[in-house]
Design a protein. Structure first.
Length: 646
């Protein structure tokens, strides 16, 4: 377990004292109360967000989510339920028994959270806001790779802009669970993470405080109303309200840290800081209960509203049965129940979510190509010295969605010199009108012998031997820059692809079964194996001359053109490159029912055909050089065994 930093707990202790004092003063009638409350509201909740961001460490998505469920969501639900019962009991004792409609309203408010929770429950909004903030920021942190990367800066700028749009367009919006406060909270949380990463010294913090103080004075003198109330989506004057909150939080953190050697001050504050979540949940109940009993002495109210929840925290802390429920500590029944819940959700998510995401991605792709086709313009020249040909084939089960893929290929930012669809003579009459009509947009439809998937490249190699040929599949979506990215990596005797696997070998040097290769590798690799679904560019001379030996590929690899073409590229001594780090396959609906991969991958057809290639040509080594760790030539009996693996 990581050692707690006393000064951070002390800072939370300072923060929770300000929270209790401000809420107490906000209900008072003194002349100073409103000013004090407004001043504290400028920073008290941002302070907790900055502290939370300061201690943030990226974690695997699932682990982080369930950790926050245990530490925040479970205590939130338990305290809300117990406090609801306590409020009802209090009203009964005071002779104001809630009517049935009031009970229904209380339950509704408990479910909605956020601004629907008032008085005794008024601060509960912050916990749900913090939960969503932490989960979102953890997700973004893995994508952005640091608080000062362009990605993170762009995200924070967008979050800040969204916060002020919400303030301008939807003030007092009663968003469920305080979701409307999350964009502003994300910026505060990021600032805490930035402070931790950059470790700003006293001089930098003082400079920041001074600059913000000057800006605040100028704003006040110019009549700017400086207020901040995150719960109500009041974030202050654009940017000024934010930087004031962050500056005050920075100053308080610097002050508390400078006092950490004085344990007589920091130790009591740190104890309050450890109990801050319980005090956050409970202080308003005791505050309003005292006022309802006629007590108006505000220092006394603050004292009771802090010390009684602190005493409850100490009791809960000593209870192994209650601590996991109310304090979010590990172990106990809550952990076991959450583990079961997590298992139940995750296996269902693994089963159903991929299909749901694929469906959403397919509809998004359909929308994109519809817009692209309606607004298409002529693409730029490829810049290659030779002719650039996009070549593909199809067959009747794919004809229904074929026009979608063809429109993708005909609306590229780089224009091919030819886009050719090769179809078997017997299938030509079955082509739908939406495909035939594309001939007026540059599509060439040519007839050829039915040699299955080889139709997409074999006839093109025969008729255009000096061209750069890009193969494409007929059943997926291709982005507008798909061809440009391939061309950008083209070179002499080069094979360029968007999607590829890495061939792996066992301890004896034999190629492992296909399903045990490293799939979808992000970058170049010495044994890069392109997959045709992402599209592959073959420059002139990048394939060995025997690539067009129909009798051989029909005998050795009748159903695995990817395997045949890979061996031919290696035999030609070609360089293999990846055009993109990640290429997502988005197939059109219904096109995968008869896909070749069902036999090659799921049915281990690739392994049998790889075994044929090994037996006939040997390992896929480049002719021009020997690899640093040469693959071993397998014996015939080993090839037979490999063909049936998987």
């Amino acid at each position: 377990m990581a050692k707690r930093e006393i000064w951070l707990d002390a800072a939370k202790g300072v923060g929770i004292l300000f929270v209790v004092a401000a809420h107490t003063a906000g209900e008072g009638a003194g002349s100073w109360n409103a000013s004090f409350t407004n001043a504290v509201f400028l920073f008290h909740m941002p302070l907790f967000l900055v502290i939370s961001g300061y201690v943030f460490k990226p974690m695997e998505r699932g682990e982080f989510f369930w950790k926050k469920v245990a530490s925040l969501a479970v205590p939130y639900v338990l305290f809300l339920a117990v406090l609801t019962a306590a409020v009802i009991f209090k009203r009964v004792l005071l002779g104001s028994t809630p009517a049935p409609w009031e009970l229904r309203q209380m339950v509704t408010n408990d479910i909605l959270g956020g601004m629907y929770l008032t008085k005794d429950f008024g601060v509960f909004w912050f916990v749900t806001c913090l939960f969503f903030t932490q989960v979102i920021y953890n997700e973004v942190a893995f994508w952005a790779k640091g608080p000062l990367t362009p990605r993170m800066i762009s995200f924070v700028a967008a979050s800040t802009a969204l916060a002020y749009i919400i303030q301008d367009r939807w003030p007092l919006n009663f968003s469920p669970l305080a979701i409307a406060a999350v964009p502003f909270a994300l910026t505060c949380y990021w600032f805490g993470n930035l402070v931790r990463e950059r470790n700003f010294g006293p001089a930098a913090t003082a400079l920041f405080l001074g600059a913000v103080a000057i800006a605040a004075v100028v704003g006040v003198n110019s009549g700017t109303d400086i207020q901040l109330n995150m719960k109500s989506s009041i974030f202050g004057p654009p940017l000024l309200g934010l930087v004031i909150a962050l500056a005050i939080a920075s100053g308080l953190l610097l002050l508390v840290r400078s006092l950490q050697s004085s344990r007589i001050i920091t130790q009591p504050l740190a104890m309050l800081g450890e109990a801050s979540l319980v005090i956050m949940f409970l202080h308003q109940f005791f505050h309003f209960s005292l006022r309802e009993m006629g007590i108006e002495n505000e220092p006394l109210i603050v004292l009771v509203a802090v010390l009684v929840p602190f005493a409850i925290y100490m009791l809960l802390r000593r209870s192994p049965a209650l601590a996991p429920w109310f304090l979010g500590s590990r172990g106990g029944l809550p952990s076991r129940l959450l583990d079961r819940l997590r298992h139940a959700i995750e296996w269902r998510a693994a089963k159903y979510l991929p299909n749901a995401f694929e469906t959403i991605a397919r509809y998004v792709a359909l929308l994109k190509i519809t817009v692209r086709w309606a607004t298409r313009r002529k693409g730029q020249p490829s810049g290659l010295n030779e002719e650039l040909i996009v070549s593909l084939t199809s067959y009747p089960p794919r004809f229904e969605t074929l026009a979608l893929t063809l429109k993708c290929l005909l609306s590229q930012t780089v224009q091919a010199d030819r886009t050719i669809l090769w179809v078997a003579a017997k299938d030509h009459a079955l082509l739908p009108d939406d495909v035939l009509s594309l001939t007026s947009d540059g599509l060439e439809i040519r007839l050829c012998k039915d040699i299955r998937s080889y139709k997409k490249i074999y006839p093109a190699l025969i008729e255009f031997p000096g061209a750069s040929i890009v193969t494409a599949d007929d059943d997926v979506y291709y982005a507008a820059t798909w061809l440009a990215e391939l061309v950008a990596h083209a070179g002499e005797k080069t094979v360029v692809c968007h999607r590829a696997h890495s061939i792996t070998v066992d301890e004896s040097g034999l190629i492992k079964p296909y399903r045990n290769w490293t799939m979808d590798v992000p970058g170049d690799d010495d044994m890069l194996f392109p997959t045709g679904v992402g599209g592959v560019l073959y420059t002139p001379g990048s394939l060995a001359s025997e690539v067009v030996d129909e009798a051989e590929f029909q005998r050795l690899c009748p159903n695995a053109d990817d395997v045949w073409l890979f061996w031919m590229g290696r035999r030609a001594g070609s360089t293999y490159r990846k055009a993109s780090a990640k290429w997502r396959v988005i197939p059109w609906k219904g096109t995968q029912d008869s896909a070749l991969y069902l036999a090659n991958v799921e049915g281990s057809g690739n392994d049998a055909q790889i075994a044929n290639m090994l037996l006939h040509f040997g390992p896929p080594e480049k002719k021009e050089r020997q690899p640093t760790a040469p693959l071993r030539q397998p014996e015939p009996q080993e090839l037979s065994a490999k063909a049936t693996v998987g």
